[in-house]
Design a protein around this ligand. Structure first.
Ligand SMILES: [Zn+2]
Length: 244
């Protein structure tokens, strides 16, 4: 009887230890982007250093969408972003960019993981250094008829919705809209950042009219200025709101 008692006691300890081990292995095996998605709003405490952080989408081996004639999203959005930076800097704003050349943003990441996860993490950390952020992309759709710009903002964020409306108001003066209102999204990591961040799709590379506009540097300048004016208008409102 005594022997059996000892065996039962030991095996209970083993089961307990084994359960803890399994739990630890499970936690460590979770992709790091999972941790980030859950914890990020609390753990990123980078001080704000700039008025604006601009994130041109994609870059490096990630070309993003491709339009007819080998038009790469990464190139179109970088040029708009650089024009936007110049527009804002001339007006006295301090601006940082997640990239200024044809590279990805993995070097800014604080996590291990796939190239894509590190790239996204780098952008996410970077936008926290701005009072506001903006990520610029171009779309591709199966239907060649799909066209126009889209502004995405963080779902359920009142201030981000105002930011989105303010930028859209300027954008619709110079470009067709795919959707008449900004679209709320809850599943885009970049929009979950603490500062107000928008993701602007400047049009569809898969649409002939949008593509013809977007390959024209004059139109990209017009777009950059419209987005920039919207951002300045929002920043004026936002600073007033924060100081009250
Ligand atoms: Zn994109």
């Amino acid at each position: 009887m005594a022997k059996r008692f000892v065996w039962i006691t030991i095996s209970k300890h083993y089961i307990f230890a084994f359960a803890i081990l399994i739990g630890l292995v499970y936690l460590l095996s979770l992709p790091e982007s999972y941790h980030l998605a859950v914890l990020s709003p609390a753990v990123v405490s980078a001080p704000v250093k700039y008025d604006v952080v601009i994130d041109p989408g994609h870059g490096g081996i990630d070309s993003g969408g491709i339009g007819e004639g080998s038009v790469y999203e990464k190139d179109i959005v970088l040029d708009i972003a650089l024009k936007l930076r110049d527009f804002l800097e001339v007006r006295g704003l301090t601006v940082a960019m997640t990239r200024t050349g044809d590279t990805d943003v993995t070097h800014l990441a604080s996590i291990r993981g796939t190239r894509h996860q590190r790239d996204l993490n780098g952008r996410f950390l970077a936008v926290h250094e701005g009072t506001v952020g903006i990520s610029i992309h171009a779309n591709v759709a199966k239907s060649p008829d799909e066209n126009g710009a889209i502004v995405f903002y963080m779902r359920d964020s009142y201030i981000d919705q105002i930011y989105a409306n303010t930028v859209l108001e300027q954008l619709e003066r110079v470009h067709l809209l795919n959707h008449p209102r900004p679209i709320p999204r809850g599943n885009l990591l970049l929009l979950k950042a603490k500062p107000p961040v928008l993701l602007v799709e400047v049009g569809f590379l898969s649409n002939a009219n949008d593509l013809a506009k977007l390959v024209d540097p004059r139109f990209r300048q017009v777009l950059a200025e419209a987005i920039g004016q919207g951002m300045i208008n929002f920043l004026n409102f936002y600073r007033l709101e924060q100081s009250e």
